[in-house]
Design a protein around this ligand. Structure first.
Ligand code: INS
Length: 588
């Protein structure tokens, strides 16, 4: 094990190679991200049709949404093992087969039980893809493009969510079976990815790790578009040899926890994924239709199409992230994004707070006998009425004045109408009475809308993609699959937790309380990133491990600099202490 050094000038050999092939690889891999976005996004529109056609109660609706995310959490964790054993290519092929199978099952499902099975299958595909694709892209990309190419995967996730909302809008006009197309169409990109990947190479880093040196060398030349890959090849090979000598036996997770740099990388990776979800992205996305209704969009179809605009905003600003990641670096992009995200969550909360204070009172008590048996009669203001999932607010409007307002029981089979009375669809009067479920009519809705747009504009370029991008690069090769599996698992588990608890949190803390909480959590993540996230821009993957050699909370010293590291061996010391890092260049 000799001492080893790399200098940045010599990376020009890598940079000179044609990156075209790297883009092709990134495109086919990122179809996995597209399916992740499509399958998590499409269900809300499909549910509108499904609940009517299959008579789904709230529990079944909840099951069909959460089963996919839950299955994704489990398969992301298992994906680490599969990745190490079979390689990235086989795992991506596996994920695309699972996606295709799931899509077909969903499109022909005869009943809700088969639907649930299909959603579980699709979730298994999402979990494997979510942890494998960023790793594969990072391992095949040249260092100067790596951040951008991995961020393209998140662009595809948000693109998938956008296309899903357009498909939802388009097929919502089909009175029968529209959901079959919505859920089944995902099989097309899945088959495309499967076919494409049959012809694409395995990651050269994984090949080298498995001792398939000749194949690794060939793949590296192929993807770099040049024969001049000796330096990169040697560098990967030496690192793997060193790692093999240094690593003890036992399960990889145990070795990660026992090794200082890998453990710190795992804390940073999992922390980033946790904070991404705790800043409420999926709640905001899911809740966007209601926010738009608050802002006065009453037509259901219109709300579906405007939700597509929200998803498009998320996509558009992720594109800004793709553009910025190699210019400003991961650290500054994430920090800037968090400040904006926290501030916009604050604006959202203030909008909800003002709406709550101006919440219209209940002024009308219908004489309908079913009305008297309802607990909804207890509420004196719309604010309390809407926080009870069993009730909704029914009112007439004269200009901006609310008239004849009552709190009434919701139709359990369809929350878009009251169970009985003038806001149910069984009465003639329903035409001039408005039904507000989950929200209150308010003149402050523009603040909420502004908060929503600002939120997406700040979240999407940084906190959306960076946790995935950073995780794909911070672990040493031996720990990469397991590290990414754990952090992706944390992402999915926090995703389930936040979405399942949102309505309860809102019931206890009110909507504005919930958004103030998310805003505070975002501030907490600012401190975490400020103290713990080093800049990885432009570094060779094999060098990144060195950034975690010192205690966490000291990383900001390297911010904005490209550092040249020299790794030297002092024989008798512990593995992590044996590595000294000498900055010899900070000219950037
Ligand atoms: O990075 C992605 C992206 O921001 C998506 O919009 C969101 O739904 C996912 O949960 C997240 O992991």
């Amino acid at each position: 094990m000799g001492s080893r050094s790399r200098n940045w000038e010599s990376n020009t050999a890598i940079q000179e190679g044609s990156p075209k092939f790297a883009y092709i690889l990134a495109f086919f891999s990122a179809l996995g991200g597209f399916l992740f976005g499509y399958d998590t996004g499409v269900v809300s529109g499909a549910m509108l049709l499904l609940k009517r056609e299959m008579n789904l109660n709230a529990l079944w609706q909840e099951l069909l949404v959460s089963s996919t995310v839950g299955a994704a959490a489990l398969s992301a964790l298992a994906g680490g093992y599969l990745n190490g054993l079979f390689g990235r290519k086989i795992c991506i092929l596996l994920a695309s087969s699972i996606f295709s199978f799931g899509g077909i099952i969903l499109s022909i499902a005869p009943n809700k039980e088969v639907l649930l099975f299909g959603r579980l299958v699709v979730g298994l595909g999402i979990g494997i893809a979510s942890m494998t694709v960023p790793v594969y892209i990072a391992e095949v990309s040249p260092p100067h493009l790596r951040g951008q190419l991995v961020t393209i995967n998140t662009l595809f996730i948000t693109g998938g969510q956008f296309i899903a909302s357009v498909v939802d809008g388009a097929f919502s006009y089909l009175s029968n079976g529209g959901w079959r197309y919505m859920l089944g169409l995902s099989a097309i990109p899945a088959v495309l990815q499967f076919l494409g990947f049959l012809f694409l190479p395995e990651s050269p880093r994984w090949l080298l790790q498995k001792g398939r040196s000749q194949q690794a060398h060939q793949v590296l030349m192929h993807i770099r578009g040049t024969e001049n890959v000796e330096e990169e090849y040697d560098s990967i090979k030496t690192t793997i040899e060193e790692e093999e000598k240094e690593s003890g036996g036992g399960p990889v997770l145990w070795r990660i926890l026992a090794s200082g740099p890998a453990r710190r990388a795992l804390i940073v990776g999992c922390g980033l994924q946790m904070f991404q979800q705790l800043s409420g992205i999926n709640t905001v996305m899911y809740y966007s239709a209601t926010i738009l209704q608050m802002a006065g969009v009453r037509d259901d179809r219109m709300a579906i199409w405007l939700a597509a605009v929200t998803a498009f905003t998320n996509f558009l600003f992720t594109l800004v992230g793709v553009w910025l990641v190699e210019r400003v670096g991961r650290r500054k992009l994430t920090l800037g994004s968090i400040i904006g995200t926290s501030a916009s969550l604050f604006v959202l909360a203030v909008g909800f707070l003002l709406s709550a204070h101006a919440s219209p009172p209940v002024t009308f008590h219908p004489s309908d006998p079913t009305f008297f048996n309802s607990t909804c009669t207890h509420y004196g203001f719309c604010e309390y009425c809407m926080l009870d999932p069993n009730c909704g607010f029914c009112y007439n409007e004269n200009g901006s004045t609310i008239l004849n307002s009552s709190c009434e029981h919701v139709n359990p089979a369809n929350t878009e109408e009251a169970a009985s009375g003038r806001c149910s669809n069984t009465t003639q009067e329903s035409t001039d009475a408005f039904w507000a479920y989950n929200y209150c009519p308010t003149t402050y809705s523009w603040i909420v809308l502004l908060g929503l747009i600002l939120y997406l504009a700040f979240f999407a370029p940084g906190m959306g993609p960076m946790p995935w991008t950073v995780n794909s690069e911070i672990y040493p090769l031996w720990a990469r699959s397991t590290g990414n599996a754990c952090s992706a698992g944390v992402n999915w588990i926090c995703n389930v937790l936040v979405s399942l608890t949102f309505l309860h949190v809102a019931q206890y803390l009110t909507y504005y309380g919930a958004f103030f909480l998310y805003s505070g959590l975002a501030l907490l993540s600012f401190l975490f990133v400020l103290g713990c996230l080093p800049e990885t821009k432009g570094l060779v993957l094999e060098d990144i491990e060195t950034l975690f050699s010192t205690r966490l909370c000291t990383c900001d010293t390297t911010d904005g600099q490209k550092v040249h590291y020299v790794r030297s061996n002092y024989g008798t010391l512990e593995a992590e202490d044996r590595i000294s890092y000498i900055s010899v260049s900070s000219k950037y």
